[in-house]
Write a new protein. Structure first.
Length: 266
């Protein structure tokens, strides 16, 4: 509870903080993420025990507690190699509270399902947004795209539901999107050119993982398909908190989003 971090700090002055790493690891494996964050600040040893091995018993048991079995058993998280990374991906997944009323997040915790509602465009944002640093995540469509299927970023103020079948993401100055159906880039209700910028760019295939790279230092949004860098799609992003987001129109379509962490260069 609330006193756990205080207790941890008190223990740091006593014999508790000199326990062998293996024992500390065992104790930490019973704590929740918020408590682990407090413990990591206690001393260098505790920090090292927590963050030295991203597949330690601490992260393994936390993953088992907070992730659905389906997420661990299927290939949803196949590009997130460590248990710590899997826990982090879960905390960065779609928000069940910050999405259109016509979508729900499936039990696996990472996949959005759009209900078959006529004349509605429906979106979702993730639980956590970014105002600094560099971040990468994967998005893939597991059902028909329909006429508009947009992936990108949005501020907290961007609408997540509207009438008709439209490119909701990119329909105002609060969001930026790439429509996978016609390869158009969208912002402020306007088409910002086609993407990627090459002749006869291959159309998106269902199930293909698109990697999205947000760089808040350079203020750019870029995309990769497979392991091919497609280029920078948007420049000059504002210094506000930006959330990974999608918008969909097709009934029963499903979209999965997995946060990967800091992008690997090269």
């Amino acid at each position: 509870g609330g006193g756990s971090s205080g207790g941890a700090a008190a223990a740091a002055g006593g014999p508790g903080w000199r326990l062998p790493g293996r024992v500390l690891e065992l104790v930490f494996s019973y704590l929740e993420l918020r408590e682990l964050r407090s413990c990591a600040l206690v001393c260098k040893l505790w920090h090292r025990v927590l963050h030295g091995d991203e597949n330690s018993e601490v992260w393994r048991s936390l993953a088992a507690r907070c992730l659905a079995e389906e997420a661990l058993r299927t290939d949803i998280l196949c590009n997130v190699p460590t248990y710590k990374g899997k826990v982090r991906a879960f905390h960065h997944a779609f928000s069940t509270n910050d999405c259109s009323r016509n979508v729900y997040i499936k039990k696996n915790g990472f996949t959005l399902h759009r209900n078959p509602i006529a004349q509605s465009t429906d979106g979702a944002r993730t639980k956590i947004g970014f105002s600094e640093g560099r971040h990468a995540w994967e998005v893939w469509w597991e059902g028909p795209l329909g006429t508009v299927a947009v992936i990108g970023i949005a501020t907290k103020r961007a609408a997540m539901q509207c009438q008709g079948y439209v490119a909701l993401l990119g329909s105002d100055d609060q969001s930026w999107g790439w429509n996978l159906v016609d390869n158009n880039l969208l912002h402020n209700g306007e088409v910002n050119g086609s993407f990627p910028q090459c002749n006869n760019a291959p159309k998106y295939q269902i199930g293909e993982r698109i990697r999205v790279i947000l760089d808040m230092e350079d203020k750019t949004l870029a995309f990769e398909r497979g392991y091919e860098f497609l280029g920078v799609a948007f420049r000059g992003l504002p210094k506000v908190c930006l959330y990974p987001a999608v918008s969909a129109v097709y009934g029963n379509t499903e979209v999965t989003l997995v946060y990967l962490g800091k992008p690997l260069d090269g």
